[in-house]
Design a protein. Sequence first.
Length: 110
Amino acid sequence: MIATPSLSDCCRCGIGKLLKHENLSGKDVETLFHSILAESDAALSDEESALLSGMLVALAMKGETVGELVGAARGMRRHAKRIQVLGAPVVDIVGTGGDTLDTFNISTTA
C-alpha cells in the first residue's frame, strides 16, 4: 500500500505549482482533499492551517479548472459514509434554493 502524502507536503507542492499559474492535476487535488479529511480527526497545527489556507487562496486566485473540482469531489467522496435505508421512502429535506420554482426553502432559515 502506498502511503498518502501529508497535508503539509500536498500543500507545499500545490502552492509551488499555483504560484507559477500551473493547473493541478485532478489526482493532486483528490490527494489533497483526502489528506485534509484524513487528518480532520485531529486538530491541524498552525503550520498546516497556514499552508492549507495559502493553498486554497492560491487555487481560487488562479481559478479552479473542471479537473481540479472533479479531483476535490473525488477526494471528499472517499470519506463519504454510505447509509443503508430499509423500508420507508427517503425524502430530501435540504435543497440549494436553486430549483427555479420560486418556492421557499425552509432549510435556508435553519
